[in-house]
Design a binder for this molecule. Structure first.
Ligand code: PHE
Length: 448
């Protein structure tokens, strides 16, 4: 079986693919807008602390377990099970992770579709097709249905091509492009009038907001979402890593890229909002708070791009292209979870599995679009705020309490022969055994 499984062809291939999964709407949209409405730099500090102290150790558990088992989440949790109870629970927990990955993809495709339609709206507007641009820019069921389908088809197409010629090839093409666009856009926006006010909001902490339980669970969910944790994505990507690679090193690189891009995106989004304010676009709601997350990206920014004429059109086009790319490199990693499972559990061909599973998830997306008010927000909260941290905690428990410590060490020694004497091995095992599960549990319980 090992021969027929996909593999990343190089270290950089894995790093860009995993960073591609991690860097997505969560970084460029979710994090900056949450920081904006939750105490600016204080939220940033809470987020950084949670990302390094909780999300990174959990990421490591997924990579280790994935590379050891070389299989989907169900196979992997079963492979490390050492008693009847853990063996019985493994398919339930693994299966739940796969379900959550699919549900995340179902709403992610809707948002990815909006990003694409806004990209085309900016482009058609630049080219002078005002009517088309107006349709593309306006929220409607028909628009959502169309672009969600297009976005899903793109995702399916890449996944049907496999690990090396699909995931790795597209991630290594798209990620450098994404980074270049993000840096250029940020530099440009920072030169505009009003940008400094946004920087101030981003960088001056308001601690009275940042330490409330509801905010901490948001930041935790945000950090877990941002690193694609709990749902088997990183576990599956880990299963495609070569035995010669050092897992702690790869995990650190992915975490640093992910966090840096979130922080960098804050330097783009917050200043852009205040540039919009400076240009007469309303960014505060009636109650004096900042306009909420979705409205921000889809009304404030397009209004800003409109106001600043031709340059605005060009910036807007690149901005939404950036968002679409970020969404696509993440959506493929979500679809990979159920597709890899389907391929491994049945004798289905990858191509057929990609279209069948992708098609099913598209049906869920369509159901959400048709019952938007009831289902959209609820799906996001259920999957990202509650299920992801909970699943992350369970994976920690499997690695730290169920699996034999000697085998964990052996797996880590592949690619890092000296790990036993390193600081990582001195801290991490105890950390994922006691600290991570306990802290996640406390934050979780507090949020109710
Ligand atoms: N990490 C992605 C983002 O920040 C979202 C994601 C979640 C991807 C879960 C895969 C699995 O947008």
């Amino acid at each position: 079986m090992q021969q027929t499984r996909g593999r990343f062809s190089s270290r950089i291939g894995f790093v860009l693919a995993a960073a591609g999964s991690a860097v997505g709407l969560g970084n460029i949209w979710g994090f900056p807008t949450q920081a904006a409405s939750n105490g600016g730099a204080a939220f940033l500090l809470v987020y950084l602390a949670l990302a390094f102290c909780l999300a990174y150790p959990v990421l490591m558990t997924e990579l280790v377990i994935g590379r050891y088992a070389r299989g989907n989440p169900i196979t992997a949790l079963t492979a490390v099970s050492s008693n009847a109870l853990s063996r019985a629970l493994a398919p339930i927990i693994g299966g739940f992770g796969i379900l959550v990955a699919s549900l995340i993809l179902s709403f992610y495709c809707i948002v990815g579709g909006w990003m694409m339609s806004h990209f085309l709206a900016e482009l058609t507007c630049l080219l002078g097709f005002a009517d088309t641009a107006a349709w593309l820019e306006t929220f409607s069921i028909s628009r959502s249905l169309f672009f969600t389908t297009v976005f899903m088809l793109l995702t399916i197409r890449i996944i049907s091509q496999g690990v090396e010629s699909g995931i790795e090839r597209w991630s290594t093409r798209l990620m450098p492009l994404l980074l270049a666009m993000l840096v250029l856009l940020t530099l440009y926006v920072l030169t505009m009038d009003g940008a400094m006010e946004g920087l101030r909001v981003y960088l001056i902490p308001d601690f009275s907001r940042a330490l409330s339980p509801s905010l901490i669970i948001k930041a935790l969910g945000s950090a877990f979402f941002s690193l694609s944790l709990g749902v088997g994505t990183m576990l599956i990507y880990g299963s495609y890593i070569d035995d010669r690679e050092s897992l702690p090193r790869l995990g650190t690189q992915v975490t640093i890229i992910d966090i840096s891009i979130a922080v960098l995106a804050g330097f783009l989004i917050l200043p852009a909002m205040y540039v919009a304010l400076h240009n007469g676009v309303e960014i505060f709601a009636a109650n004096g708070a900042l306009i909420s997350e979705d409205t921000l990206i889809f009304t404030v920014l397009p209004a800003l791009f409109d106001k600043i004429g031709l340059a605005g059109g060009v910036v807007g086009t690149f901005f939404f292209l950036l968002m679409s790319i970020a969404a696509l490199t993440s959506s493929i990693s979500m679809l990979e979870v159920p597709v890899a499972t389907a391929v491994e559990k049945s004798s289905m061909q990858r191509k057929l599995a990609s279209y069948a599973v992708g098609g099913l998830i598209l049906l869920i997306s369509i159901t959400i679009i048709m019952n938007f008010e009831q289902l959209f927000g609820a799906t996001i909260a259920f999957t990202t705020r509650y299920s992801q941290p909970l699943l992350g905690m369970l994976i920690c428990i499997y690695v730290a309490w169920v699996w034999h410590r000697g085998e964990v060490l052996q797996q880590l020694q592949k690619g890092s022969p000296d790990i036993e004497t390193s600081a990582f091995w001195r801290i991490w095992p105890g950390y994922i055994k006691y600290v991570c599960p306990l802290v996640i549990l406390i934050i979780f319980v507090q949020s109710f």
